[in-house]
Design a protein around this ligand. Structure first.
Ligand SMILES: Nc1ncnc2c1ncn2[C@@H]1O[C@H](COP(=O)(O)OP(=O)(O)OP(=O)(O)O)[C@@H](O)[C@H]1O
Ligand code: SF4
Ligand SMILES: [Mg+2]
Length: 322
């Protein structure tokens, strides 16, 4: 896998399973590795159930991995004491798809935004000062501090969620489908806000989305996930211009192309994603891939470097290049 000189976040061979229905074992994440450099946005993209949220939650230690290692700012997270981990957790925050459902409806905006500070033991005066600083930063009027979450639109609630995530001045934020529940017109505003905050504070993002259109403007690099694995990763421009994995091409079928020559497989035409409790043998995409050959059912393809920071896992990369 491609390495970054001094990544803020380093994940190696992360894996996580869950108990599923009927005693089956659900493979949520099956060995993913990546680096995220300070100040960049790695977009993690794939269909529902492919393991994006589980990956993001492992990074911020809300879900314990079954296997693999993680380092944050050069510190191996497995070796930290509980106190050190608590300190580190403040430097990593999460933004959710629907912040409204995570908010306590009886807390006003000021209390909601200050809650991470209160839990971390900051004095009330410092909490109030930080809230006053944060509201304009996320584009909310000062008088909103006393109002309650149900009085706001989805876009405004996401601004409250962003302010709350920023309260403890984190370095790293996992943005888990932060605009998927919003109207298209509002999506762009929230994405612009996240981009502006990143520039201003040097933030590093893992930006999770099922939609390659959404990440086009925010991503520095993109990792495409399928059934618990990364199947292709590339700098943004290379991923959109020369997608190499058949699954990436299928995902891109919904995105207007600048390169009509690239062979596309429409996602709508290739059937449903396999179940995470019955991962197909060999290449896990073979049950849907129009290019599958006998080898694909037997041998699991490894990520192979095909360009600067561009890797894909497919046996037929050379034949399908055009
Ligand atoms: N706590 C859990 N218990 C059991 N199974 C789980 C749990 N969390 C996730 N899973 C399963 O793990 C797989 C990956 O889930 P995950 O939520 O990480 O996917 P996702 O890519 O974020 O999907 P979505 O786009 O729908 O949010 C799914 O099959 C899911 O049902
Ligand atoms: S390895 Fe085979 S099945 Fe998998 S994506 Fe490549 S061609 Fe398709
Ligand atoms: Mg998810």
């Amino acid at each position: 896998m491609s390495e970054v000189a001094q990544p803020l976040v380093r994940a190696r061979a992360l894996a996580r399973h869950f108990p599923g229905q009927g005693g089956k074992r659900v493979t949520a994440v099956d060995g993913v590795s990546f680096d995220i450099a300070r100040g960049e946005t790695l977009a993690l993209v794939g269909e529902s159930g492919c393991g994006k949220t589980t990956t993001g939650r492992m990074l911020v230690r809300l879900v314990e991995p079954d296997a693999g290692t993680m380092a944050f700012d050069g510190m191996d997270m497995a070796t930290l004491t509980a106190g050190e981990l608590r300190g580190l957790r403040q430097r990593m925050q999460l933004i959710f798809q629907d912040p409204g459902s995570a908010f306590n409806p009886r807390m006003n905006v000021a209390t909601l935004i200050a809650e991470p500070m209160r839990l971390a033991g900051y004095p009330p005066a410092e909490q109030r000062a930080r809230v006053a600083e944060l509201l304009p930063l996320v584009g909310l009027a000062p008088e909103y501090a006393e109002r309650f979450p149900h009085e706001f639109s989805g876009g405004q609630r996401q601004r409250i969620g962003i302010a709350r995530a920023l309260a403890l001045r984190p370095d790293f934020i996992v943005c888990d489908e932060p605009v998927s529940a919003l109207d298209v017109s509002v999506q762009a505003q929230v994405i612009n806000l996240l981009t502006e905050l990143q520039r201003q504070f040097g933030l590093t993002y893992l930006f999770i989305s099922h939609d390659l259109r959404v990440v086009r403007h925010v991503a520095t690099r993109i990792a495409v996930m399928y059934l618990g694995r990364i199947v292709e990763t590339a700098p943004k421009a290379a991923l959109y211009a020369t997608p190499r994995h058949p699954y990436t091409r299928a995902l891109l079928s919904a995105v207007p192309s600048h390169r009509p020559g690239v062979a596309r497989t429409r996602l709508a035409d290739i059937g449903e994603i396999a179940s995470a409790d019955a991962i197909p043998s060999g290449c896990r995409f073979h049950t849907r891939c129009p290019h599958a050959i006998a080898l694909c059912r037997e041998k699991d393809p490894e990520l192979t470097t095909i360009g600067d920071g561009h890797e894909a896992a497919c046996h037929r990369l050379d034949d399908l290049a055009a």
